[in-house]
Design a protein around this ligand. Structure first.
Ligand code: SF4
Ligand code: SF4
Length: 136
């Protein structure tokens, strides 16, 4: 998983995975991956969280479910709407019926506190598929 994330970000190439090259049983998978990535392989990508305004209905699920929001915003931890003004760590809040990305800096997918995590809960739990994690 860690390797695939690095592959997606362009920090490594498929050939850096030695078992994939050394073992003939993975040949087909290797070729599939090459075909999938094509010219995108090795291109440096940045994390983006894209919120489709048209689809978002401001339900606030992403606000309460993001572990960073929950950790730094005590009102969320106690089951209430987040405080305003938001804590500097807070990633999302709902304003005028739409979700707004305040700050991506502390997203767990970026390296914080010495490690990065494969978090995807905001995207997974958005009921309207309005929120997408992308590497562009
Ligand atoms: S990926 Fe995880 S940490 Fe990052 S914004 Fe989504 S829920 Fe929060
Ligand atoms: S969970 Fe989805 S629909 Fe709900 S506020 Fe967040 S982005 Fe909007």
């Amino acid at each position: 998983m860690a390797f695939s994330l690095e592959l997606l970000k362009g920090n490594v190439k498929i050939e850096d995975c030695t078992p994939l090259l050394d073992d003939p049983k993975y040949q087909e998978k290797y070729l599939k991956l090459k075909d999938l990535l094509k010219s995108e392989e090795g291109k440096k990508k940045e994390l983006k969280i894209n919120i489709e305004n048209e689809l978002c209905d401001g339900c606030g699920i992403c606000v309460t479910i993001c572990p960073v929001n929950a950790r730094y915003c005590y009102s969320i931890l106690s089951g209430k709407a987040p405080d305003y003004p938001p804590d500097t760590h807070q990633l999302f809040m709902v304003k005028e019926g739409k979700c707004e990305l305040l700050n991506i800096k502390y997203c767990r997918r970026l390296e914080t506190e010495g490690k990065e995590r494969e978090c995807r809960v905001c995207e997974t739990y958005c009921p309207r598929e309005a929120l997408k994690i992308e590497y562009i």
